[in-house]
Design a protein around this ligand. Structure first.
Ligand SMILES: [Zn+2]
Length: 410
């Protein structure tokens, strides 16, 4: 399989500037070279399939860092996941991974779906039985007894139990470990503001995961949980909402903890798309959530974290209410509009930084010779209008054409 993609612009996610009039040469699923279109006359292009995209932009495929493939993205999601059979959840997941790939996501990390769902789905994708992006899965998350997401999590309370849970997930084939360090909105009765685990227990999870070559992502809303995660060296903080332990005040932000996040090189997945999608699809729900997390103040905190040098990655929390599996493009849009970063910075977070967080940057996340040909072509120039990232015309995954000239081939 030999393919050349030509377009007016190419974003490789390394440089802060696009390459103009370039061509991407792909062979056997890998990027071979990126050359000027003038140089195409020097190679025998008649042996190649050619996508000539004109006024479009070639860039790395998106990386969705946070999905729950078995959840339906509707307002009854909690009831749905706690009542449906594994067989039915599995069918939902088949649809979810196809939908995610169809939006231009070429790598997806599932951050919590039952082992019985996530592992067979990954195997089916890898064996070409069903279409889906490159998958990294955690399987069931680890939580305290009765804690956040306990209905589909592995419950572990003590240090020994948590270590055992990490090893169990490793044995099942997890690519990453997910642990719930505070309560969460999805699980009635849990306390978002309080820590579910001590820093000591989280540290034991990190050390054992690292021994096994894995990294750990932790759900944390309350500041108490954030601080424990940072002390423990949790590789990827999820949400990081800085909610005060005292319910009479909203936030309890600690800039000095942010400096530790930077010093330790930890990544942040602030799940920026969900609120915007609630705002669009369910204003009443958005209003209720805003009362818990004032969006203006929330973005002030996040801006401070960005300025101090925190590495942001792009997790949708897809599957949760109103966060559908093909919604990825809303995230870089929110990063530009509400976080105030540049279009190029938002694209780099959506590709290179996220691959780095997954520890797969040697394989994907940028367009470079030798890397997997995980490529999308976006109509127009997303560096001028970030919303254009929803106009994905072509999708190539590991060199295979998934979508061509706007037409899905899966
Ligand atoms: Zn989640």
């Amino acid at each position: 399989m030999k393919l050349i993609i030509k377009a007016d612009r190419l974003i490789d996610s390394n440089s802060l500037h696009p390459l103009i009039n370039s061509a991407l040469v792909i062979e056997n699923g890998k990027i071979v070279e990126i050359i000027s279109q003038d140089k195409l006359k020097d190679i025998s292009i008649e042996t190649f399939d050619i996508i000539d995209a004109g006024n479009s932009t070639i860039m790395p495929g998106f990386i969705e860092m946070h999905s729950h493939m078995h959840v339906n993205a509707e307002s009854d999601a909690y009831k749905q996941v706690t009542t449906e059979s594994n067989e039915f959840l599995l069918m939902r997941a088949v649809k979810a991974v196809r939908s995610t790939l169809s939006s231009g996501v070429t790598t997806m990390r599932d951050l919590g779906s039952k082992n019985e769902i996530a592992f067979p789905i990954k195997e089916a994708v890898n064996n070409g039985v069903i279409p889906g992006p490159r998958l990294l899965v955690t399987g069931t998350p680890i939580t305290s007894t009765g804690g956040h997401c306990n209905s589909f999590a592995y419950e572990a309370d003590t240090k020994d139990e948590v270590i055992k849970a990490v090893r169990r997930q490793f044995k099942k084939g997890a690519d990453y470990i997910k642990i719930m360090s505070t309560g969460g909105g999805f699980t009635p009765g849990t306390n978002m503001r309080k820590a579910q685990y001590s820093a000591d227990i989280l540290k034991a999870a990190v050390e054992d995961a690292e021994r096994l070559g894995l990294r750990v992502a932790a759900h944390c809303h309350g500041t108490a949980g954030v601080i424990n995660c940072v002390e423990a060296g949790i590789h990827n903080l999820i949400h990081c909402s800085w909610l005060s332990e005292n319910p009479s005040e909203m936030f309890d932000y600690h800039p000095e903890i942010t400096d530790q996040i930077v010093a330790k090189g930890l990544f942040l997945d602030p799940t920026l798309g969900v609120d915007r999608l609630n705002q669009i699809r369910d204003p009443q729900r958005y209003k209720l959530r805003s009362e818990l997390k004032d969006p203006v103040k929330r973005f002030e905190i996040l801006k401070d974290m960005w300025v101090r040098g925190v590495k942001f990655v792009t997790g949708m929390d897809s599957g949760m209410t109103n966060a559908r599996f093909d919604d990825f493009a809303v995230m870089p849009q929110v990063m530009v509009e509400d976080l105030g970063i540049s279009n190029m910075e938002a694209i780099i977070c959506s590709t290179k930084t996220s691959a780095d967080c997954l520890d797969i940057l040697q394989e994907t996340g940028t367009l470079e010779p030798g890397k997997s040909a995980d490529v999308i072509v976006v109509k127009g120039n997303p560096l001028e209008d970030i919303k254009l990232l929803s106009n994905v015309e072509d999708i190539i995954l590991k060199g295979k054409i998934i979508k061509r000239d706007g037409k899905l081939l899966i």
